[in-house]
Design a protein around this ligand. Structure first.
Ligand code: FE2
Length: 458
């Protein structure tokens, strides 16, 4: 069901291992462990006084501007920003004509405290009723201190609407993170599927919220102009009862809105959107999800709502990978795999993207749905109905690379490498998608793992 189109070029001499075997479908499968490692800059956050975190000039200027999809089908956006001195204007002026803002929408404003940190005024504004495939300009702020941005709405939901996603995970705010962000912005990705772990503010004393703010300013260069589709990671939990902060995901949920109610979900961390030819389902690895929980019930319903005649590409994103052969976070995704994998196979999910492990890995189409605690069946097997699992937690955060893969590459693992990078997925039509993992190679984007995926439904 998948075809290597680019091989791995000059990678071959560098391969540590190559496993080839004849699987039960009678075709040869090879797995590659690349010894190629690129970690150009130290795993340290960029100092706060660096220009990449610059606060916009002017009294109470809006900062940390970001947008995400605001409805089920891509005709709305949620525009968010933060002001610090006072709430300021809660209005978004917008138009399809530059500098002629004929429409207004109003934001909700909220804030929070976390131990001794006090957030700015966080604005979330739903702008809906937009046209498909159109460029919109928007302006926020007040008086002389305003800022202007633009975004492009996706094409209409249609099985042959082409669209290019970037996939980024575990980004953080180091110079490696900056390289990943820069490469994404050059790769032509029109929106981002973000697979969790954003700012790593929880690595600082008392989970210093100023590092949430610096991250917001850091990624604004991309996310003010295109939708990032958010999923939560473990660094967003911030459960610190010792600080008097027992509410998980407090900063994340205040700062990053999602359109969860549009997909009839009761949790902002579990939701679905349709964008161009894709139906994207967002799960949280750190929420209750076993049988009978609200999340389990919601996912069961959402999978039944998927219409592959309209959105042939069915994509799931989460943080903790279900299949991972790195020593880091080994088998942490097993509980979710045990609950949901059979649904993914039954509904012929095309791709499952995860982060968490700071390295890259892609699987073949395999499943372990026959796992049985009484009869001993316990091995993943090739399965034409199963998704491809891709781990792309290599955005570049301060924890560094996960450089130690298990010494024997599992048969299900197609390609793995411990370098920083990001992926792109270009849906061409209802049958074909071009996928690429792009390594940060001494600051240069190098397409390293390229695959043409055939749709699981068509
Ligand atoms: Fe993580």
């Amino acid at each position: 069901m998948l075809k290597l189109t680019n091989g791995h070029g000059s990678m071959f001499p560098l391969l540590l291992s190559c496993l080839c075997f004849l699987n039960s479908f009678g075709f040869v499968v090879c797995g590659f462990t690349s010894s190629f490692i690129r970690t150009q800059w130290p795993a340290k956050d960029i100092p706060l006084d660096n220009e990449v975190f610059a606060v916009p000039k002017g009294y109470n200027a809006p900062q940390q501007v970001h947008i995400t999809q605001g409805d089920y089908d891509g005709k709305a956006v949620i525009i968010s920003w933060i002001t610090f001195e006072e709430p300021g204007s809660n209005k978004v002026l917008y138009s399809s004509v530059e500098h002629q803002y004929g429409h207004t929408a109003e934001a909700k404003v909220l804030n929070y405290t976390y131990f001794n940190y006090k957030s700015g005024y966080i604005h979330h504004c739903l702008v809906d009723g937009l046209e498909y495939n159109a460029k919109y300009y928007y302006k926020i702020g007040l008086g002389d201190i305003t800022r202007e941005f633009w975004f492009q709405t996706p094409p209409k939901v249609d099985p042959d609407s082409s669209y290019k996603f970037g996939i980024i995970g575990d980004l953080g705010q180091t110079f490696n993170s900056l390289s990943t962000l820069d490469h994404h912005m050059k790769s032509g990705g029109q929106a981002v599927l973000y697979v969790g772990d954003l700012s790593y503010a929880d690595r600082y004393q008392n989970n210093d919220g100023t590092r949430w703010d610096s991250w917001g300013r850091f990624v604004e260069r991309s996310v003010a102009f295109q939708a990032w589709i958010w999923s939560a990671g473990n660094h967003e939990i911030e459960y610190r009862p010792d600080l008097g902060e027992p509410t998980p995901f407090k900063a994340y949920l205040h700062r990053y809105a999602t359109p969860y109610m549009a997909s009839k979900s009761s949790s902002p961390m579990w939701y679905a959107i349709r964008r161009a030819s894709a139906h994207i389902i967002v799960l949280s690895s750190y929420s209750p999800f076993v049988k009978y929980t609200p999340q389990w019930l919601w996912l069961r319903s959402e999978l039944k709502r998927v219409d592959r005649e309209e959105t042939p590409w069915l994509i799931v994103i989460m943080h903790s990978p279900m299949y991972n052969s790195n020593e880091a976070h080994y088998m942490e995704g097993e509980s979710m795999r045990a609950v949901f994998e059979k649904w993914f196979v039954r509904h012929r999910v095309d791709l499952v993207f995860a982060g968490h492990v700071h390295a890259y890995e892609r699987s073949y189409r395999i499943s372990n749905v026959n796992y049985n605690v009484t009869n001993g069946d316990r091995f993943p097997v090739p399965d034409k109905s199963a998704p491809v699992y891709i781990t792309v937690g290599d955005g570049g955060n301060q924890e560094g690379l996960a450089g130690r893969f298990l010494s024997t590459q599992p048969e299900y693992s197609a390609f793995r490498e411990a370098s920083y990078g990001h992926s792109t997925l270009e849906l061409k039509n209802r049958t074909h998608a071009f996928y690429q993992w792009n390594r940060n190679d001494d600051g240069v984007l190098v397409p390293t793992d390229s695959v043409v995926f055939l749709n699981q439904y068509w």
